[in-house]
Write a protein that binds this ligand. Sequence first.
Ligand code: G
Ligand code: G
Ligand code: MN
Ligand code: NA
Length: 257
Amino acid sequence: LVRIEELRRAVERDEFVLHYQPQKDIRTGRIIGVEALVRWQHPAEGLLLPGAFIPLAEETGLIVAIGDIVLRKACQQNRNWQDRGLAMLRVAVNVSARQFLERSLTDQVSSALQSAGLDPRWLELELTESLIMRDLEGAIERMRELKQLGVSLAIDDFGTGYSSLSTLRRFPLSRLKIDRSFIADIPHKAGDMAITAAIVSLGRTLELEVVAEGVETEEQAHFLAGAGCEMFQGYLLARPLPPSEVEDLILQMTTQR
Ligand code: G
Ligand code: G
Ligand code: MN
Ligand code: NA
């Protein structure tokens, strides 16, 4: 079990690394973005997944410092890929409730972009419905502030919360990410397929791109293509990978076509 002193030390020593899960544009077949997922390179226990330390980080407020580290690394990595001519990718970073409530978030984002020299259009922030609903008006204000910087905003785990259509259209969003629980049982659960198709159609109505998460099979990808879903991520394409493996995958996919 992770202790708070250990986590604090990890922040001081910067023991965090980012893995990146690629997102594929279904129509062009190209990788157009990656989601950054933090890992803790623990000196004794090896690589720890977010589930092992993000809850404690949230409770203690250390998530604000960790979030800052993540933003900086993600922006720097993306700029590094661009400088090396890899491909123009959007990097998505998860923002938790505690981070989102913090007044400093907009400054953190702005500073991370500036230090990396990354154009804001290549950064996306992933928020959840539940986070937004805690304080709807405050959240909309905060989203506008972030949007003003030029970054894009996505709703993560979409479908598991309950934003109404009328609230959803007030959010300055670019994308909805369909929660992977709706994708997992496609094509065996007609209800999940109907919900997925409905979210895609909702996206079209609101002029938002829709990304399906947790796509593991060709059948699921085929269903999504038919439903008009623009993008997906999931083990079918790749699991979250260290930067060098993301590069290999992108290079490999470019030379294949
Ligand atoms: O990495 P893994 O595949 O285990 O992701 C588990 C969860 O951890 C994700 O759903 C995501 O919400 C959360 N998570 C991953 N990286 C970050 C991060 O950098 N910041 C925050 N706040 N949450 C993250
Ligand atoms: O931020 P979010 O909660 O969406 O984090 C994505 C989580 O989903 C990460 O823990 C990631 O490792 C996991 N994940 C990504 N692709 C797949 C997949 O195809 N199947 C499953 N079961 N999990 C996935
Ligand atoms: Mn996410
Ligand atoms: Na998700």
